[in-house]
Design a protein around this ligand. Structure first.
Ligand code: 13P
Ligand code: SF4
Length: 363
């Protein structure tokens, strides 16, 4: 494993053990000792750098366990991380997640230094739509409120009335329709999230032909096969999956909602229909639950590594910047979302079959 840093940052093996043995206990069920021995000096150095630079690491649920549990300070789903970015008093935010999340942090905390360990950590949803596309939609549907999933670039958020995440999409749609006095809404760019939201409301939803390259791979047949192979398994699905996948699930919600479900209900056996590191992380805190583990990796999330985080903090790069004019407009949309009440119980989506009213727009 590469070592970064100056000579005076090198720790003795004893110092590394002192600094990290308690952390290994958190992940020992997922990470063999020989792998940890290579990770521990990097974990120790990252935690040292965080203290030196007054930095905080925001770790998404899809990070690998050594990042999530051993260097992450705030952990959670997109909404939880955005809320924390808005209120942290750290000088530096390191986004252990993808670029749109780092941009959201910078939009909410423009005076802070926001670092992302890899500029290549993109997202198929964020790259599916541009600000110009949204302007076109607004011309096509004048007066219809625009709700944008946070998995978008800042220039898309800037064209938006309000943002949403998978934790609050239905709540946001209901809220903005009431505010505009309409039963029609533009919810972009994830066509599957939009279809799943449409089944929760009586609104007409106009969406965009974007999709998550990880969640769109799951099929209803996959779930049926998992149930045949694992009788009694509880199936939890992310709402970026197509509706026929949710129809086969027992519960559907954001990554945070899935995590809470497992913690509260302690099913004997569960499968999380989402990115595969999520099961590793939820398993750490729920040792009595057996996880069936289909593995669809997000290649973008997996660009974030321990070594990358160390390098980001050593070199203070890559700094995420957002044009101030775009940022100010995007901030209004994100802040309107954050201002909505945080429900006590994480909201879930309808599972089972049902109708919706939706149109999918293209460029
Ligand atoms: P949430 O964590 O908000 O459920 O989003 C999942 C996701 O795909 C983030 O990239
Ligand atoms: Fe984007 Fe899907 Fe990866 Fe999340 S899991 S970052 S939505 S591609």
């Amino acid at each position: 494993m590469a070592a970064y840093g100056t000579d005076n940052s090198v720790m003795t093996p004893e110092a590394v053990r002192d600094a990290t043995d308690h952390l290994y206990e958190l992940v020992s069920s997922r990470i063999p000792r020989f792998e940890w021995d290579m990770m521990a000096p990097v974990v120790a150095r990252i935690n040292q750098l965080k203290a030196e630079k007054n930095a905080v690491i925001l770790a998404h649920n899809y990070m690998t366990p050594e990042i999530f549990a051993c260097v992450g300070d705030i952990r959670g789903d997109s909404l939880a991380l955005a809320r924390e970015a808005a209120k942290t008093d750290a000088d530096v935010i390191v986004q252990a997640g993808v670029h749109f999340m780092a941009e959201t942090s910078k939009i909410l905390a423009p005076e802070k230094t926001v670092l992302i360990p890899s500029m290549e950590a993109g997202c198929s949803l964020a790259s599916s739509i541009t600000g110009a596309d949204v302007r076109l939609l607004k011309e096509r549907y004048p007066g219809v409120p625009v709700v944008t999933y946070v998995n978008t670039t800042a220039d898309v958020k800037a064209e938006t009335d309000i943002c949403c995440t998978s934790s609050n999409a239905t709540q946001v749609v209901e809220h903005i329709c009431a505010e505009f006095g309409t039963d029609e809404v533009i919810l972009i760019p994830d066509q599957y999230l939009a279809k799943n939201v449409a089944r929760m409301t009586n609104k007409k939803v106009i969406t965009w032909a974007g999709s998550c390259e990880v969640h769109e791979q799951f099929t209803a047949e996959d779930i049926q096969e998992m149930r045949r192979g694992n009788p009694g398994v509880v199936v939890l699905a992310h709402p970026e999956c197509p509706p026929d996948v949710l129809a086969e699930a027992d519960y559907a919600g954001s990554t945070g909602a899935m995590s809470s479900y497992v913690k509260d209900k302690q099913p004997r056996q569960v499968v999380l229909i989402t990115e595969c590191s999520m099961s590793d992380n939820v398993a750490l805190e729920n040792p009595n639950v057996d996880f069936v583990r289909p593995c669809n990796l997000c290649p973008h999330m997996k660009r974030i590594t321990l070594e990358g985080i160390q390098l980001a903090l050593e070199t203070m790069s890559h700094q995420v910047e957002v044009d101030p004019v775009i940022s100010a407009r995007a901030r209004e949309a994100v802040e309107r979302m954050i201002a909505l009440p945080n429900p006590e119980t994480p909201p879930s989506f309808n599972v089972g079959h049902g109708g919706d009213v939706i149109s999918v727009e293209h460029r």
